[in-house]
Design a protein around this ligand. Structure first.
Ligand code: NAD
Length: 316
């Protein structure tokens, strides 16, 4: 399959590397010029679950690439999605499929401005990746072969056939991938987890273990989740608030091996002073709440505080 990865950050490079290694025709598209140049000059270094590898893969600035592809996998940060799609709209022909693996809510609306809904596939992944050294181009690491789930947005036999082909292609590359029938629920569940862990750990400058030890934090988390569930239900998604609270709290437990980790939003904002995806997590709930006349005071406050921290740290 001919695949363009649109947004070749830590995740895009990790998926690009795996898909290329498995024999697919893959190109990376990105706006970070030094990253693009270094990948073309000396290859992409990837620490693949502890193994050091180099993949020779072509990288381009989005506006410089014009070949027809079967599939575009978008992997920008949420706030870059619209402008990136604008830069690659020449690639989005009538039959080009687009798989979106970004975290967050509201992306279908953005994608639909550039392609038919019939071409859109949504997914979630539990792979975690990072640039091995911040600001060093062409060098990424990912630590596990986590599962990816995908599904088509519009129901049709053809969309299902191609969705299964995408899932098979990712799976064959060594990243387990399942074609599912409840992707919206998975997207909301992950957004809810991120809207609690990422945002609260960022505001409090805390890892997940310490967050869990804060007096009454379960009440706050439960209240955030109730608001996510209220908005999700308006989109036909049912989130079980008690189950979701237990799920989120399990990330703060001593028994969870990753509990001492700082979530990615913390790393982006507190460590690297980069803008966050809060508008696609708590900010989405807050915005939809206002539009639908549903009170979302906890998510309103969290959104303001994260943006406040972005302002104070002059995040870019
Ligand atoms: P990323 O920050 O690694 O890359 C996003 C974009 O920022 C890329 O275009 C990249 O080139 C650019 N960028 C990064 N560092 C830069 C620098 N120093 N200078 C200039 N440009 C730079 O983003 P990501 O972690 O790959 O995340 C992409 C999407 O996947 C997001 O929606 C994220 O929430 C989601 N996601 C990430 C992970 C993870 O573990 N990283 C896991 C699941 C989902």
């Amino acid at each position: 399959m001919k695949i363009a990865i649109a947004g070749a950050g830590a995740m895009g490079c990790s998926y690009g590397h795996m898909l290329k290694q498995a024999g697919n025709d893959v190109v990376l598209l990105d706006n970070w010029e030094d990253h693009v140049n270094k990948i073309n000059e000396s290859g992409l270094k990837v620490n693949e679950v502890g193994q050091e590898k180099v993949t020779y893969i072509k990288a381009y600035k989005p506006s410089d690439y014009h070949e027809k592809v079967d599939l575009v996998i978008v992997f920008t940060k949420s706030l870059q999605l619209n402008s990136f799609l604008q830069q690659i709209k020449h690639l989005l022909t009538e039959d080009t499929k687009v798989l979106c693996l970004l975290n967050g809510l509201g992306h279908i609306e953005t994608l639909s401005q550039y392609t038919h809904k019939e071409n859109i596939y949504m997914g979630v992944t539990v792979v975690t990746a990072r640039f091995t050294n911040v600001n060093e181009p062409a060098n990424v690491s990912f630590s596990s072969y986590g599962k990816t789930e995908i599904e088509n947005v519009v129901s049709s036999k053809e969309a299902e056939r191609f969705g299964k082909l995408i899932a098979q292609t990712i799976n064959d590359s060594g990243l387990p991938c399942e074609f599912v029938d409840n992707i919206y629920w998975s997207i909301w569940r992950k957004a809810c987890l991120n809207g609690c862990m990422n945002s609260l750990c960022t505001i409090l400058d805390s890892n997940m273990l310490d967050l869990g030890k804060i007096n009454n934090i379960e009440y706050i988390i439960n209240s955030v989740i109730k608001e996510f569930a209220a908005i999700a239900s308006t989109e036909g998604i049912s989130l079980d608030i008690d189950e979701m609270t237990k799920f989120v709290m399990s990330f703060t437990a001593e028994t969870f091996s990753g509990a001492k980790h700082f979530p990615s939003m913390h790393q982006d904002l507190i460590r690297n002073h980069r803008l966050t995806e809060v508008d696609y997590l708590n900010g989405y709930v807050s915005r939809r709440g206002k539009e639908l006349n549903i009170p979302t005071p906890f998510n309103d406050l969290i959104t303001v505080l994260v943006h406040g921290k972005e302002y104070l740290l002059q995040a870019k």
